[in-house]
Design a protein around this ligand. Structure first.
Ligand code: BDP
Length: 718
């Protein structure tokens, strides 16, 4: 064989291998690959299907039945035009049910609301019904998932409706297709080829989102570019909206506050200026001409250098209400972010959003939601819940979670985020006494809010498997489930995801579920144990940088957050320190503020303590800290052992892909442990306890590491 042919063959062979190895495109909707236990018993489902016809959304539902059922049953489906008694599956709105099928609707249709559904089995048949087309689509997806997960269909009924209105992804995608904090390739939105070229990915993206109940998507970065509001881009946005509409998903855009100047030729963007107000009103009308069901604007204002009303001596209320007035006639909303912290405020960054927003409670227009990050700093692997959740009873507060793992190992680390999300949602604010959980504030039930919402900063990109790490798909999936119902248990989400993505084999579930559930604690341990936070290296947030103390603003430096010195470590947020605790209710502030009751998971978040402080288990703080780092490393080693055991249940490509990633995670967990301990040791002056190996490299080595091209970095930062 000539060398050339050999190399060509070798190349093709390697390419095929690579392509094969990069699986996961079908996400949790890999019907053919999944393995329902009772496939044979289900074949009746293909017999005669009645699917209500009409809207595009109903066409999508029919399409899903075709993809899903024919994949699951490996059988040709028979659709019938009429609703007869012997239909095996009927998918129809309550208002169109006929004959004996209408008698099968034995619950009050009010309970289904606008997006809910009811599924029930009856003799030889299944009914999926809803008040609306989108309810039917959600019902169809749920039925497919139910079958896919191996549940039996005899004698079952399921009524479900979302308890949150806006269930949204926030894409931090730039118009040049880079993604801020994106670790799964480039942006899905191919602006260059839009509007004409509709990538199949847009459709599959919408299918995946609808399958977990997501009904809104913000296409652009919160660090916004005004150009997306120009006609050239609006035409492209409209093309995407046309695709997503068929799956019940509305499109939203980020509004750059200075757009009237940048693309409107005005001299100011003052929200109280008449010309500015008219400009936004007209711009909004123009947007609605392109996209009649446009969802509205998401705004980051006066935060990290973004322009906003304060540039003109105006307030968040002035800015938000100006935009709210513009979208109101069209039924749109304004989502105004509370992620603000000013460089001139010297108290405590954790206190600033509360200080800036609480005084405005009750002053925002009806169609404004204030979007609050889950914790008061910035998407750390563990933070106490944001004090705003217990403090704005007159304003709809929207949750902002980060699905992309900016501070949790990018897309290289396996971290199951629903565990983190659940912890936040189940935290008790005590705003109206015991049981006033964040979940109840978010779903609007706590204060009878007219509108509610949850947003997740997307982890999706052009990688073949969408999210970079195969297990990061579970975070997208889990976010959707929690946005639909914030009371959902992380445990159930993990189990469902494993069943839908791999198989419903009990042994595999028994291996993978604990691995996923514990993965969140592992990352906390090897990066930020005992309440430490924001110890990341500059700009890219890849790897440890607890020594960094030279950035333009004090609150960008890790040293600001850990405050380590010879005497001890931790941020004193009690009365003797910044007193951030005063922003919580008395019960919460007492629990966190008192060393006897403060959970050790939040210890150094709220307290500055001496190195020889005694922890609950009798260890000194120094020893305990070091052992926590070690525990995190050990937990990753255990994950690798578990994955080895899982090997028998999954294919080779799936095994190898995750194995390589877990090896990176272990290497990086050790890096975090060694670099952090070497640095903190310069203050504690204490020996590492038994069980923690001596680092093999020097502190200087760790400090010298530079990563100028780490992914996801914010282009405008140095
Ligand atoms: C931080 C990110 C930054 C975002 C900012 C935000 O580092 O890239 O722009 O949050 O949420 O987590 O606006």
């Amino acid at each position: 064989m000539s060398k050339k042919i050999f190399f060509t063959l070798f190349f093709l062979f390697s390419l095929a291998n690579v392509l094969h190895a990069q699986q996961g495109y079908t996400l949790w909707m890999d019907y053919a690959g999944s393995n329902p236990q009772s496939r044979k018993n289900l074949k009746f489902l293909a017999k005669s299907i009645y699917m209500e016809a009409g809207s595009d959304i109903l066409k999508s539902a029919q399409n899903e039945i075709e993809i899903g059922l024919s994949g699951l049953l490996n059988e040709k489906l028979n659709f019938s035009d009429t609703m007869e008694n012997d239909n095996s599956l009927v998918v129809s709105k309550v208002s169109s049910l006929k004959g004996s099928w209408s008698q099968s609707m034995d619950v009050s249709s009010e309970k289904l609301g606008n997006e809910g559904f009811y599924i029930r089995s009856r003799d030889g048949g299944i009914l999926v019904t809803a008040n609306t087309d989108i309810g039917l689509l959600y019902g169809v997806f749920r039925l497919l998932q139910f079958i896919q997960a191996g549940h039996h269909l005899e004698d079952f009924s399921l009524l479900d409706a979302p308890s949150v209105d806006l269930r949204m992804l926030n894409h931090w995608d730039n118009l040049d297709r880079t993604i801020e904090r994106g670790y799964a390739g480039f942006s899905l939105w191919n602006w260059q080829k839009l509007p004409e070229y509709i990538d199949q990915r847009y459709i599959d993206y919408a299918r995946a989102n609808a399958s977990i109940g997501i009904n809104g998507t913000v296409l652009t970065n919160v660090n916004a570019n005004a150009l997306v509001l120009t006609p050239m881009y609006l035409e492209k946005v409209a093309a995407l909206a046309d695709v997503f509409r068929k799956y019940g998903i509305k499109v939203y855009l980020t509004a750059r506050f200075s757009a009237p100047m940048e693309i409107g030729g005005l001299e100011t963007a003052d929200p109280l200026n008449t010309e500015v107000r008219n400009w936004w009103a007209q711009k909004t009308n123009e947007i609605y001409k392109w996209i009649p069901d446009f969802g509205g604007f998401l705004v980051k204002a006066n935060s990290e250098g973004q322009p906003g009303p304060q540039n003109y001596g105006r307030t968040h209320v002035d800015g938000a209400n100006m935009l709210a007035e513009a979208v109101q006639p069209h039924g749109g909303v304004v989502i105004w972010r509370a992620f603000v912290y000013s460089e001139d405020d010297e108290t405590d960054r954790a206190k600033q959003a509360y200080a800036e927003f609480v005084p405005y409670d009750g002053q925002f227009m009806e169609n404004v939601l204030v979007q609050v990050k889950n914790g008061p700093i910035d998407f750390q692997s563990r933070e106490p819940f944001h004090p705003l959740f217990g403090a704005m009873s007159k304003t709809p507060l929207m949750m902002e979670f980060q699905i992309t793992q900016e501070y949790l190992g990018f897309s290289s680390h396996l971290v199951f985020l629903p565990k983190l999300f659940e912890e936040v949602l189940q935290s008790d604010t005590y705003v109206k006494g015991k049981g006033s959980t964040v979940a109840k504030v978010i779903d609007g039930s706590q204060h009878n809010k007219r509108i509610s919402g949850m947003a997740g900063v997307s982890n999706i990109g052009t990688d073949l498997n969408w999210t970079g790490h195969p297990f990061a798909q579970a975070n997208w999936f889990g976010f959707g489930r929690l946005a639909w119902n914030p009371e959902t248990k992380a445990n159930d989400i993990a189990e469902d995801w494993i069943k839908l993505t791999y198989t419903n084999n009990k042994e595999l579930i028994a291996l993978l579920k604990p691995m996923m559930i514990n993965s969140r604690e592992a990352v906390v341990n090897y990066m930020n144990p005992l309440g430490l936070h924001h110890l990341f290296d500059t700009g890219h947030h890849y790897g440890p940088g607890p020594w960094v103390d030279n950035l333009g603003r004090p609150d960008w430096n890790p040293t600001y957050y850990h405050k380590a010195d010879e005497n001890g470590i931790g941020f004193d947020r009690t009365k003797s320190g910044s007193n951030a605790l005063e922003q919580y209710s008395d019960e919460v502030s007492y629990t966190f503020g008192n060393l006897k009751t403060c959970p050790e998971t939040y210890l150094l978040w709220f307290h500055h303590l001496p190195w020889d402080y005694t922890l609950n288990n009798g260890n000194s703080l120094w020893d305990g800290l070091a052992l926590r780092y070690q525990e995190g490393v050990d937990q990753v080693s255990e994950m690798i052992e578990t994955w080895e055991k899982a090997r028998n249940f999954i294919n080779n490509d799936q095994y190898h892909e995750v194995k390589m990633l877990l090896d990176i995670q272990l290497k990086e967990a050790k890096w975090w442990r060694d670099a952090s301990l070497l640095y903190f040791q310069t203050f504690s002056g204490m020996e590492l306890p038994e069980g923690v190996p001596k680092p093999t490299k020097s502190l200087e080595y760790y400090k010298s590491l530079k990563f100028p091209f780490a992914p996801g970095i914010r282009p405008q930062w140095d």
